[in-house]
Design a protein around this ligand. Sequence first.
Ligand SMILES: Cc1cc2nc3c(=O)[nH]c(=O)nc-3n(C[C@H](O)[C@H](O)[C@H](O)COP(=O)(O)OP(=O)(O)OC[C@H]3O[C@@H](n4cnc5c(N)ncnc54)[C@H](O)[C@@H]3O)c2cc1C
Length: 387
Amino acid sequence: MIAPTALFALDTLLTDEEREIRSTVRRVCDREIRPHVAGWFEAGELPARELARTLGSVGVLGMHLDGYGCAGMGAVAYGLACLELEAADSGLRSLVSVQGSLAMYAIWKYGSEEQKQEWLPAMAAGERIGCFGLTEPDFGSDPGGMRTTAKREGGDWVLNGTKLWITNGSVSDVAVVWARTDEGIRGFLVPAGTPGFTVNDVKHKISLRASVTSELVLDGVRLPADAMLPRARGLSGPLGCLNEARFGIVFGAMGAALDCLETAIAYASDREVFARPLSSYQLTQEKLADMALELGKGLLLAVHLGRLKEAGTLTPEQVSAGKLNNVREALEIARKCRTLLGASGITLEYPVIRHSVNLESVLTYEGTSEIHALVIGKALTGIPAFK
Ligand SMILES: Cc1cc2nc3c(=O)[nH]c(=O)nc-3n(C[C@H](O)[C@H](O)[C@H](O)COP(=O)(O)OP(=O)(O)OC[C@H]3O[C@@H](n4cnc5c(N)ncnc54)[C@H](O)[C@@H]3O)c2cc1C
């Protein structure tokens, strides 16, 4: 028997350092996350502060950024960390993606020197948590329609509006909030506890339950002039951050799929049906072979995109291709693995149904599958079909 990833000799594409980072993150997940995550999921809770400190101590928060306490690792190393985290739970990977690729990246890329010094080292260490408020109740796929406003009053900015579906919202020390101004869309750093800024958690989720998802309400929130991110102008600011986070998902989704497939192979080997192991039936082996192929292709695509990113040539269309393919295939793999587990597959005793329902969120956030299809369609035809 070989591991699903061995079929494609994936490790031959990785450096020693990348394999080492993968092992480190896997060890942390095995020790700190896997034993508890089904319970967090069931309870709909996450000890986000403790986890952030743990993850900060091994350097995964903002690990692909340079300076300010960040590890400055390559894109593939970052992707492998996302893969290991999402093999534990998509909610954990979401915490790390939002912290590193959305909140920290926004400050790192568009912030002033003072903003970087104030927030990035503490966020890299997991002492402070950030969130990223772009989506609104009426504007998700079309964030350019946002209604949140920031108006100048004397030397201050005053923000009004509502953001919804914001990961890490109620556990954050700072929210990166995107708002409409007279000069177009700009980003603002809103510290927790600022008067007029309230956060309410989204309840009754049946996906990403081991993740905090919140509504941010901004009611006359007054901020000093230097709360604005000086280098982000227009929608390209938040979209640049989303491109970073989507890249992590290209790897992460394959982590969830790998965990499902490994679980299903082990289960099918142990489980006897009609007096023989389930794994010995041709129908089962065809399912396993198909899943291993999609997993392997998705991983190869992820590493290839990672190398392009490291070379500085990765385009948003390529990230869309990776996100669309790998999340879609991961979801298919999770569903197919669930069938192999039979009734046991619907319980939290095994991770498969948890990954499956989590991936429903992953299919929707960071650009829905339809939006990524439209991005690819536009690249292929030259015709934008969004409107
Ligand atoms: C668990 C979770 C965490 C999230 N975390 C964050 C976060 O941290 N920060 C943040 O800002 N947002 C976050 N989001 C929001 C997420 O990015 C949005 O949900 C997503 O962009 C889709 O927006 P929507 O839900 O408003 O759906 P809509 O935009 O209303 O889309 C509904 C359906 O219409 C389809 N559709 C839209 N436009 C078109 C079109 N032109 N042609 C054909 N079909 C179309 C969509 O693909 C979808 O199938 C999160 C969401 C979830 C579920």
